[in-house]
Write a protein that binds this ligand. Structure first.
Ligand SMILES: *[C@@H]1O[C@H](CO)[C@@H](O)[C@H](O)[C@H]1NC(C)=O
Ligand SMILES: *[C@@H]1O[C@H](CO)[C@@H](O)[C@H](O)[C@H]1NC(C)=O
Ligand SMILES: *[C@@H]1O[C@H](CO)[C@@H](O)[C@H](O)[C@H]1NC(C)=O
Ligand SMILES: *[C@@H]1O[C@H](CO)[C@@H](O)[C@H](O)[C@H]1NC(C)=O
Ligand SMILES: *[C@@H]1O[C@H](CO)[C@@H](O)[C@H](O)[C@H]1NC(C)=O
Length: 432
């Protein structure tokens, strides 16, 4: 694609030997961590994920406030049971890896998340905030620049800092299939093959998405990892337009009234009333007794006539529902839900969420209960009460060429002025 920038290690600036020498002389640590950037042109924001490794034990609510994200969204994005007692105060262990859903904006022609603020505490430094608290998702230079800090050694306690975070969307597709992108910080024992395996993708795909010339990666690099997802087709005026749910997880939308899930059997988004939905507008389809997520199936000689009530987006505080009928070769079986798990208390070797078997928290799976009825709203996330469900109607196979991307050396964000300063210093040292 047109916007691609070659991604050679440390080469983004095309540093001349001269400048490199200057930097070495000036004793600047030349850290060549790379991060994938996506050029953008419109002001639309899109959904993305951050791969975050906890720097210490943190409550769910503390992780949420670090990124100013609704705790429920963090839980559902990680398929953690939201009905677990006092789950927001549950303490997640240090080094746990979680996915944080964020809104990805377009700022100065580049995709990034700019909604995160951090209030400094005593003993914070820019590098402790960047490397430890935000686990390498941001560099101290990027924080310094975003906040026009001239003297990084002086941080006032209680100062509110903008923390720019990396994100990409690539039009919500990867190889023309719906995808959501995870910003992943490479750990010291990672290999590209390992990352590809863990996220069920290929080395080639990762290299394409990140415009990599070779598969070598370094700790601290930030890559965009595409995760297969279920895409919505809500109208542009819906407040949850563009909702996209990664396979194996959930999202809560419509002011906590609607819960949508993705997978495991297919990539059709399936939405139903949220288990904790209170004071919500009607979730019943017009001219029908079907509620959101309900369906009826009727076998006839021509096939199975499936009528379903599906979610169509949140507009002006109203839950849009769509009643649709279709003739299908076979009647759909029970709706399958991604397994949910109790909030983790320990970090497994992989520090990742393995595709664990579904823990049954309320032990009432009533599979295949009669035709046409849907998950009863128990007080927990589904996965618990498999019941029949409609065939989601919102899979989007977008015939879109995927990713254009480029890698950028965060080094490039060091201002030209500083570089110039270094060069001048260097030259000056000669003339002495
Ligand atoms: C979605 O996840 C399930 C379970 O983890 C897996 O079996 C399935 O292949 C995934 N689907 C896609 C399209 O990745
Ligand atoms: C399917 O059933 C619905 C109502 O149950 C009906 O309105 C519709 O005409 C039927 N469609 C077909 C193709 O039979
Ligand atoms: C939402 O409400 C505002 C005013 O209340 C109205 O101008 C707008 O057209 C409504 N939008 C939709 C999509 O109905
Ligand atoms: C529709 O779904 C709701 C909960 O989502 C359930 O309580 C109800 O029994 C279902 N109704 C029918 C007719 O399937
Ligand atoms: C983005 O995806 C939409 C469908 O979701 C498609 O119509 C459009 O062509 C895609 N744009 C690009 C630049 O790939």
């Amino acid at each position: 694609m047109a916007d691609q920038v070659p991604a050679t290690a440390c080469g983004a600036l095309n540093l001349s030997l001269f400048v490199v020498l200057a930097l070495i002389l000036a004793n600047v640590a030349l850290v060549c961590a790379k991060s994938t950037i996506e050029p953008c042109s419109n002001s639309d924001s899109c959904n993305a994920l951050l791969g975050y490794t906890l720097y210490t034990d943190l409550k769910v609510s503390e992780v949420a406030s670090l990124f100013q994200v609704d705790p429920i969204l963090i839980l559902t994005a990680n398929a953690i049971d939201v009905s677990y007692p006092d789950v927001e105060n549950h303490i997640l262990p240090s080094q746990l890896f979680v996915k944080i859903p964020i809104s990805c904006s377009c700022v100065d022609g580049i995709r990034k998340s700019v909604s995160t603020r951090y209030k400094t505490r005593p003993s914070d430094t820019l590098s402790s905030i960047a490397d430890s608290i935000y686990a390498g998702l941001v560099s101290s230079d990027q924080i310094r620049e975003a906040n026009s800090i001239s003297d990084p050694s002086v941080l006032d306690v209680g100062q509110t800092l903008v923390v720019p975070l990396p994100c990409t969307c690539f039009n919500g597709t990867d190889n023309s299939l719906p995808a959501i992108y995870l910003s992943y910080v490479v750990q010291s024992d990672d290999t590209l093959a390992g990352i590809a395996f863990r996220y069920s993708t290929t080395i080639t795909d990762l290299m394409d998405v990140n415009a990599m010339g070779n598969p070598a990666i370094k700790a601290g690099d930030i890559y965009a990892v595409p995760l297969p997802a279920c895409a919505s087709k809500f109208p542009g005026y819906a407040s949850d337009f563009g909702l996209i749910v990664p396979n194996g997880s959930y999202a809560i939308t419509a002011s906590h009234c609607v819960q949508c899930s993705c997978g495991p059997g297919n990539l059709n988004m399936y939405c139903m009333p949220a288990p904790f939905a209170v004071s919500c507008t009607s979730m019943q389809c017009r001219n029908s007794n079907l509620m959101l997520g309900n369906f009826t199936a009727q076998q006839s000689s021509a096939g199975c006539n499936v009528t379903s009530c599906s979610y169509g987006g949140f507009v002006n505080g109203t839950i849009l529902t769509t009643l649709s009928s279709s003739l299908q070769p076979r009647c759909p079986g029970p709706q399958q839900f991604p397994p949910v798990k109790a909030p983790p208390t320990t970090v497994t070797r992989d520090s990742n969420f393995p595709p664990a078997p579904a823990p049954q928290f309320d032990g009432s799976p009533a599979p295949g209960s009669g035709s046409g009825s849907i998950p009863s709203t128990t007080s927990s996330l589904p996965g618990l009460s498999p019941a029949s469900g409609p065939v989601g109607s919102s899979s989007g196979l977008n015939p879109a060429p995927s990713s254009a991307s480029s890698l950028m050396n965060p080094f490039a964000s060091i201002s030209a002025a500083i570089l110039l300063f270094i060069i001048v210093n260097f030259l000056a040292s000669f003339s002495l």
